[in-house]
Design a protein around this ligand. Structure first.
Ligand SMILES: [Zn+2]
Length: 385
């Protein structure tokens, strides 16, 4: 293992950084789902060496090697198959649409995935441009919408003069996020809005979101660290709020310094140490519970083959003994979990092999999943991890 260490905070640039905790071994890429179990098992696993910044609370993996995760076209993080998520995304898009001119206008999304979010802005008279190197061309074309399967490069593509630039769930993948902020600025019109969204690292650290730890996320932003990154790269922070049940942070940034109105709370100096303890406790508790369930021959299903599910299965020594992994995303179906190599099944596949216990990986989807199980005629215990 290479303990690379760190000399400064990737978000705020302060040199007040220190190690916090090392995780169990996790796949170098958690959200790319191979089509055969051998390839899933062959994905290398590494420990995250988490450090934190005393100035802004940013948590980051000091051992992160950007050469390890490969964002190919098997990379799949879409949550749009959840009705709960889709309704939330539509509400967000409607709020951001209010920033656009009544007619015409340009929306750019950097790291747009398959373009589901960008498509919510598509209209005949509006230009919607997406960039994502893992884009696989599977979104149906729609008026005004185009996606390039590459990163936005200001020198090649030129300025885009967009009234709205969205960048959702990208910055946490970048060991040097400050350099990406320059691309956001280049894409924006002088009076445009840059909407940035990341997982809420404060939720991960403070509220037990330990299953969000994943190798491809090398940074976990607090409100303070996101605001610091934005300000030191020349943006004004117009608003910065937790969203999606507290699990995301959404920030509206502007280029005009007079727009800076947001405040970000000071960092609790005990947060990092308490997080380290919480991580160890959660792992020990779930090791024990899982052993109890498996030794009683209970058939367990994990519902949600996303970051949380993949980390849960890999972080626990007996995770590979969990029989079933369910996901509603049709693009994951029939593919295999990185590391532990379970075949991902659809909810309806549970009917022929009903579980005794469904472990819901995200509390936000508990009601939706419980209703779906009832609809399928499956009676089993449901617990939130
Ligand atoms: Zn910092």
């Amino acid at each position: 293992m290479t303990a690379r260490g760190a000399s400064e905070c990737p978000a705020c640039g302060a040199r007040d950084v220190a190690p916090v905790v090392t995780t169990p071994l996790l796949p170098v890429i958690a959200n790319s789902f191979p089509s055969d179990p051998e390839r899933a098992r062959a994905i290398p696993r590494v420990a995250l060496e988490l450090w934190s910044c005393a100035r802004c609370g940013h948590l980051f993996n000091a051992a992160f090697d950007p050469a390890l995760p490969v964002y190919d076209q098997g990379y799949e993080t879409s949550l749009h198959n959840s009705a709960h998520f889709q309704a939330w995304a539509e509400k967000l898009a409607s709020r951001l649409s209010a920033l656009l001119p009544a007619h015409g206008g340009t929306v750019v999304e950097l790291g747009c995935g398959r373009g589901e979010f960008l498509a919510l802005f598509a209209r005949d008279d509006r230009r919607c441009l997406g960039f994502d190197r893992s884009y696989d061309g599977r979104l149906a074309t729609r008026a005004g919408l185009s996606i390039e399967a590459r990163d936005y490069d200001p020198t090649r593509h030129g300025p885009l003069d967009a009234e709205l630039v969205a960048c959702r769930h990208v910055l946490e993948h970048l060991p040097a996020p400050a350099s990406h902020m320059a691309a956001l600025r280049a894409a924006s019109a002088p009076r445009g809005t840059v909407y940035v969204e990341v997982p809420n690292g404060l939720w991960t650290m403070r509220d037990g979101g330990i299953w969000d730890l994943v190798h491809e996320h090398c940074g976990y932003f607090t409100p303070r660290s996101l605001a610091s990154l934005a300000r030191r790269t020349g943006f004004a922070v117009r608003s910065l709020e937790p969203d999606y049940g507290g699990q995301f942070l959404g920030a509206e940034l502007a280029l005009d310094p007079r727009a800076d109105r947001a405040t970000a709370p000071a960092v609790d100096p005990t947060l990092a140490a308490r997080f380290a303890t919480s991580l160890r406790t959660h792992l020990a508790d779930w090791n024990e519970r899982l052993a109890h369930e498996l030794d009683a021959d209970r058939r367990i299903a994990i519902w949600g083959a996303g970051t949380k599910g993949v980390t849960f299965l890999n972080a626990l020594p007996r995770g590979s003994e969990i029989a079933l992994v369910v996901d509603r995303n049709p693009f994951k179906r029939g593919r295999f979990v990185p590391g532990t190599a379970q075949r991902i099944v659809a909810p309806q596949d549970l009917v022929s092999q009903p579980p005794d216990l469904v472990l819901v990986m995200n509390p936000l989807y508990r009601a939706e999943i419980a209703a779906e199980l009832v609809g399928l005629g499956i009676r089993c215990d449901v617990a939130v991890v």
